[in-house]
Design a protein around this ligand. Sequence first.
Ligand code: 4FV
Length: 240
Amino acid sequence: MRFDVLTLFPDLFAPFVEQGVMGRAVQQGKLVVRLTNIRDHARGAHRVTDDRPYGGGSGMVMKAGPIVRALSGVERISDRCRVVLLTPQGRLFNQDLAWELADLDQLILVCGRYEGVDERVLEGSVDQEISIGDYVLSGGEAAALVVMDAVGRLVPGVLGSEDSNRDDSFEDGLLEHPHYTRPRVFEGREVPEVLLSGDHERIRVWRRVQALKRTLDRRPDLLERARLTEEDKKILSDLA
Ligand code: 4FV
């Protein structure tokens, strides 16, 4: 998977692509990250990338020219490529969309700043708008990092054995069961006995019950879309 990021602040990404799971995947060539500074495609002595909004109002708008020229400078490595603008007006990002994007060869992420980007960028050059949530950021960079992390870790070979996305939250639409590790007693609180039993079936059921209970308590909205088994429905009716 190749990520191309178009931004006015490329330095915001360096630490992210040099450390942790992402950093290792980039070193191993499993992920490629190319950063493009939109200002390099701005014209004029001052290389302006923003201007006042037509129709008046506060704040500035990102000019279409520098973004469109930056996009035309990004080579497409295959037709399994998508240009995404991060914006509060976009489709809400979630694990299902992360899996969909992880199936691509190339993701080109456009990071807006100021009040947003000129609408004509969307009409001409953007395939999809994605939002990471209903709040306003000062720029699309943080949202791009969220998408790169959630999608990158789903690319085969990116996660090592110590990490796994197999039983991630939201994999089947549920919140995750609680996790415990050594010591067996911490500040007087013991690890649930079932997890020490070695009885893998009891452990599987306990974890499923915990995941369903948490989802019912904290995010009942998720249950509508969750992929539930007959066993899950039985557990939920008992819990209810
Ligand atoms: C955002 C979001 C977001 C809006 C104006 C950047 C800011 C500024 N992006 N999910 N929520 N973007 O707030 O993706 O240009």
